[in-house]
Design a protein around this ligand. Sequence first.
Ligand code: 7TS
Length: 415
Amino acid sequence: MSTVRSEIAAGFDVQKVREDFPVLKQTIHGMPLVYLDSAATAQKPFAVIDAIRKFHEVDCANIHRGVHELSQRSTAAYEETRSKARRFLNARFTNELIFVRGTTEGINLVSSSWGRHNVKTGDEIVISAMEHHSNIVPWQMLCEEQGAKLRVIPMNDRGELILEEYQKLLNPRTRMVAVTHVSNALGTINPVRQIIEMAHQAGALALIDGAQAAPHMKVDVQALDADFYAISGHKVVGPTGIGILYGKTALLNAMPPYQGGGDMIKTVTFEKTTYADLPYKFEAGTPNIAGGIGLGAAFDYLTHLGLDQIAAYEHELLLYGTEALLRIPGLRIIGTAREKAAVLSFVIEGIHPHDIGTVLDRQGIAVRTGHHCAQPVMDWFHVPATTRASLAFYNTTAEIDALTAGLKKVKEIFS
Ligand code: 7TS
C-alpha cells in the first residue's frame, strides 16, 4: 500500500503545479516565500482567480431573480457550483448542499436550526478533545440555552481519540456527535466512519467538521453516512466567505430556517410566510456569488489534480518533514497520530513559538504560531502554544529544508 502511495507521489509534478499559484512567486524580506500555513487558508490557483474576475468583468448580476441575460448567467454559474459540490463530496442530491460562509457558519446553522428544535433539558451533545473552537462554542451555546450537557471524547498522548471512552459517553440522551475529520492543531485523521456508526447505534446524529479533510483527501459523505458535513471554500483553494454544509434531505427538510429574508421564501404576507424548498430555505439574502463561482473552479482544480494524488504526495512531504524536524535537538512534535495529515505542530524547548514565527518570517517562511483556535488541545498537551507548519500539495521538500535551516537559525539566536 505505501509503495503504491509513494509511486503515485513520485508521479506528482509539483513544479508544474506551482506555476498555477501566482502568490508563490514572490520574495518576503528578500527571501523566496515559503508558505507553510495552508491549514489557515490555502493559496489560490489562476483558475479560481480568473473565475472570480470573469464573473465581475462579464457576468455580474444578482442571482435567482432576473430574467435578464446576466442574471441568468450568474445564476447558472453559481448553481453549477452546487452540482460540483455534490460530486466533490459525493452527496446523493444537489439540494443537500447549502451555501454558507464557511465551516463555522455550517456548524452554527445546524446547532441553531436543528439544535433548538431537537435538544432538550438533560440531553447530551458529544464533541472531542481536539475540536477547533468553531465545533465547540456553538454546541456550548446550545447546551447553555437548552439545559443540555456537553461531553468530550478524550485523546491519548499521540493525539488520537480513545474510542473505548467515546463508547462509554454514548447513551439514550445523546442527540448529536460533532467531531472533526482532521485536526487542524495535530493533524490527526479521525476514524469518522466508525465514529458515525457508533453515534447512529446510540440513536444520535453525527456532524463532521470537514474543514481540514476536504483539501487533503477524497470525502464521500454517503460512504461515511454523515448526517451533516461542513467545509470551507478557502481551505480547498477557493475564496474566503463561502463554504458548503451538506445535510441529509430528511433532516434538512425537518429543520426550520436559520435566517429569514429574501430568497428563502415562497410567499410572504404580514400574517404568514411560507418557506422555499431545499436548499433555498437556508439561503437568506444575496450570497457571496463571486465566491460561489470561485469555489466551483476550486472543486474542478482539485478534482483535476486528483485527491488521491494530492493525499499521496502530501503524505511523502509529511514523512520527510517529520524526519527532518526530529533531527533538531529540543524539538518536540505535538500530534503523532498513526493516521495523520500533513500538519507539523511543534515546540522547541526554551523558545516561545511567537519568537520562532517571527524569526522564520524574516527568512520568508510563513507558519502559524499560537493556539490555532484549539485552546483545549494546548491545555491537554500542557503547552501555551505551538508553531505549526501546515503543508499543501504545492509545497516541496526544498521548502521543508528551508524550514529546518530557519529553525537552526532560531536556535542560534535564542540559545
Ligand atoms: N474547523 C477546523 C478543523 C478548522 O481548522 C477551522 C479553521 C475551522 C473549523 C473554521 O473554519 P472557517 O473557515 O469557518 O474559519 N482553522 C484555522 C486554522 O487552523 N488556522 O486558521 C484557521
